[in-house]
Design a protein around this ligand. Sequence first.
Ligand SMILES: *[C@@H]1O[C@H](CO)[C@@H](O)[C@H](O)[C@H]1NC(C)=O
Ligand SMILES: *[C@@H]1O[C@H](CO)[C@@H](O)[C@H](O)[C@H]1NC(C)=O
Length: 352
Amino acid sequence: MLEVLAVLVTALLVPADAERAVVRGAVRLGALFAVHGAPAEAGARCGPVREHYGIQRVEATLRALDAINADGSLLPGLQLGAELRDSCWAPSTALRETIELVRDAIAPARARQHSPAASAANCTSQEDAPASPLLGVLGPGASSAAVQVQNLLQLFSIPQVSYSATSRELSDRARFGTFFRVVPSDRHQARLLVALLRAHNWTYVHALHTDESYGQSGMAAFREEAARGGVCVAREEALRAAPGPREVEAALRRLNGGPRVAVCWCEGRTARALLDSMAREPYLRLNLIASDGWADRRDVVDGLEPHARGALTLRIRSPYLHDFDDYYRTLSPHTNTRNPWFRVRSLPNSTS
Ligand SMILES: *[C@@H]1O[C@H](CO)[C@@H](O)[C@H](O)[C@H]1NC(C)=O
Ligand SMILES: *[C@@H]1O[C@H](CO)[C@@H](O)[C@H](O)[C@H]1NC(C)=O
């Protein structure tokens, strides 16, 4: 709670200069996406724009809103609006952006006086209109950020629906009263991991996890399921979300000897740091069995593909949307003005 207060105070004193995408409507949903990657260190600027889990999620949301608003049978007579903000894959940024959303909802007059920076996205016309009621907030994606955002939203009884925060602790109704999600809790993923290990007779393994909500809560679930399923964990190592090479190598050295298979309940950046160290020190190589923090993310393996060979990763099943590809390919930085992040980088030649 102290952290919430500290950020709340900062946000009230310093107007945010963050960009946002706004769809006007009679009511509004807030939405948080990690359009930019995490800052390299605390207090630094956000990382580079992420296409796959950043820009594409923003576009998928805008397109879903178009479809809902175009269908007269879904919300007859009501235009659904949204305000999409960038959480930079950092809990503190997610919290600050949520405060902006909530502040506009609870004190619209004050918010209008205080947001000169919205001009970056040329939102001046929105500034004159009163903020429409905030129905709820979608996201953010990372469990650690979702926990922070929920601590604030539940004070105002504002519902929050995450699209990818799987951490098991978020199922606790007593602590997270207005949190909902459209993905299963990590309890199920832990069961699947154990079943996968057993199917390969890998019943003696090492375990690695990222030392924050997602990794800790996932590893706790994995430990329970492993004990129940007869899988022994030889040694466990926790790594920071974006560990340095020395930290990773020291952990891998401690795992050297014993089983060659390691379960990795890691955030994408942690998994990438592991692959990177194994590329430099091949004798420390482990066969990684990873959770959905890695899943099919290209930014995790980019340039390190040979060293990821043999790894197995889990991903939540979601059908491929071919008509999203068609929509995405028609977008151009010159005409797609409603997405302020789209023009930041040149159009990539790949989609997924
Ligand atoms: C911003 O909006 C104003 C008023 O609608 C318009 O005249 C101006 O051209 C816009 N600027 C940009 C950069 O789109
Ligand atoms: C696992 O062990 C059992 C019993 O020893 C054996 O029948 C099975 O083929 C093994 N499976 C794999 C994938 O090695």
